[in-house]
Ligand binder design. Sequence first.
Ligand SMILES: Nc1nc2c(ncn2[C@@H]2O[C@H](COP(=O)(O)OP(=O)(O)OP(=O)(O)O)[C@@H](O)[C@H]2O)c(=O)[nH]1
Length: 235
Amino acid sequence: MRDERASLPRVRIAVIGSSRVGKSALIVRYLTRRYIGEYHSNTDLLYRQTVPINGTPVELEVIDVSGTNADKFPAEQIQWADACLLVYSVTDRSSFDYATEVMSSLRRGPGAAGGSPAHAAAAPMPLALLGNKTDLDHLRQVSTKEGQSLCSSHGASFSEASVADNSNDLYRCVDKLLSEVRTPSQRTRKFSVTKMLGSLIGGTNNSSSTSRSGSVVACPRMPPPARPPLAAAAP
Ligand SMILES: Nc1nc2c(ncn2[C@@H]2O[C@H](COP(=O)(O)OP(=O)(O)OP(=O)(O)O)[C@@H](O)[C@H]2O)c(=O)[nH]1
């Protein structure tokens, strides 16, 4: 099983944003369609799932970059990733400011703040911005226009969504980002990870559950920026 998974093509996404904007809720929602109301972690977590695309399994890895350390620029996590999803809360101006800062650094130029050497030499890293918590519109501090304008000036795609309300926009946003990394002619996804959710939430021991059709693993620490096999996540 280990060799089989190691040989799969990988797509790596870094989800970055201030604390409490809903990054973990978003990732779990995307992978399982379930909503986690309260899940706080002060460390990075790696979610891993085998996703069949056009009948070809692809290893999707998503790193949930803890917002607790948002004063530290997540350069290593960005270097590790093929694409970044920046998340802020439309109810939290400071979270938008942080996303703005990260996006500006990312787009400042080759090697400025992340992106692998390959990315720097070729196209810029695919980047998406998502304004979460639109269900709390009455508490809104950041307008839709501000998000749009930030993205149009930085070559990123923009969406707003409510993870709590299970907006379709959140799936569209992530799917689009994935398609910018890999562009198979037709994407199909099959999830069978729901029953692993319990171990994911309690996942402090690197336990993993795998199956041919899908898996999720939580790792307590982010992998190094180079690309050795993720030993901690191996079954
Ligand atoms: N109203 C509302 N609350 C949300 C939404 N998404 C997440 N939340 C809540 O926001 C809080 C923070 O969500 P998390 O997913 O833990 O946020 P995070 O960005 O991972 O936070 P850190 O682990 O501190 O980095 C939780 O209480 C969630 O239930 C949403 O769309 N609407």
